[in-house]
Design a protein around this ligand. Sequence first.
Ligand code: ATP
Length: 359
Amino acid sequence: MVAHARETEGVPEARVRLVGISKRFGTVQALSGLTLSVQAGEILVLLGPSGCGKTTALRIVAGLEHPDEGWVELAGQVVAGPRWVPPEARGVGMVFQEPSLFPHLTVLQNVAFGLRGMSRAERLRRAHEILDRVGAGELAGRFPHELSGGEQQRVALARALAPRPSVVLLDEPLSSLDPELRRRMREELRRLLKVEGSTAIVVTHDQEEAFALADRIGVLSRGRLWQVGPPEEIYHAPACRFVADFVGEADFLPGRVRDHVARTELGDFPCNGLPEGALVEVMVRPADLAVEPDADGPAMVVGRRFRGPETLYEVRLASGRVVRCRVSGDAGLKLGTRVRVRATTPRVVVFPAEAGEPG
Ligand code: ATP
């Protein structure tokens, strides 16, 4: 504990701190040394593939699981680890994948249910206020079975936010919605959390959702946190190949450092700080590459995915490596067309070839 405390000296006090959290279920190491802070009013999104430990991390913050190692602090107070504060005393609100409303209570009663230490009039005023904020004011008198999935989600959210929890934890809160509604609700959810001034940890495996919601994203894989930072940093400056690949589309060109640049099949790229002769992998995103028809070109179109406003071409380079190129609109290139591929941005990320990977 002392070592961790020293490492974080000088950092402003976080609303939530997880320090060195590990958790094992039988032979599965669900979390390994997870250290993470969330500031007051911040939305932190935990992003990662299925089974990477996201829900376990939330459950540990909520007090629904005990960590094997490490500790959790809420507003500077240890609540798990050397000291244990039960879930109901943590002031944490939770919204789960499935909105589990009380079926025999109206929407208003569901939302007012968790409000304590207030007069009846105050409880009703707060319940109406938060229902209006989630756009469900007109549903106050209905029962849960009279609501659509999206409406139930809004009510579940209102119920979690009504008592103004110090922290709200959301586990794939939009996953039961159809794609269109899900996209709309993302924007609304972020707006609502900001209006309420909530400190939130949101779990998702959906990268677009993470980008839309997050102030910062923490990328998890196999129980480990690989990077935490603002969405732009995670996208443009991924810390390792796993993050680059998981967060957006990326291809990797093998290369070698010569005269301080990474030399690859698609040209030379700056690669500060890597030693001469080092083997590297250069990350290129589809938008970083331009493709032009060229009868003598060394590459060939081998795939085409029409996406409406853009087209994604898969192009096989002379080496046999396939890269993806994004074209605005449609370049009209047929499969088998000979082409030339050019990197259009010097803003690429170069990894040492033997970088550690979560796999
Ligand atoms: P998903 O996105 O699929 O919900 P996740 O990232 O939230 O996944 P967790 O639910 O945290 O992942 O699970 C992490 C690992 O721990 C998984 O391999 C899971 O099977 C295992 N696990 C979680 N809870 C338990 C439990 N109570 N008993 C046994 N294994 C568990």
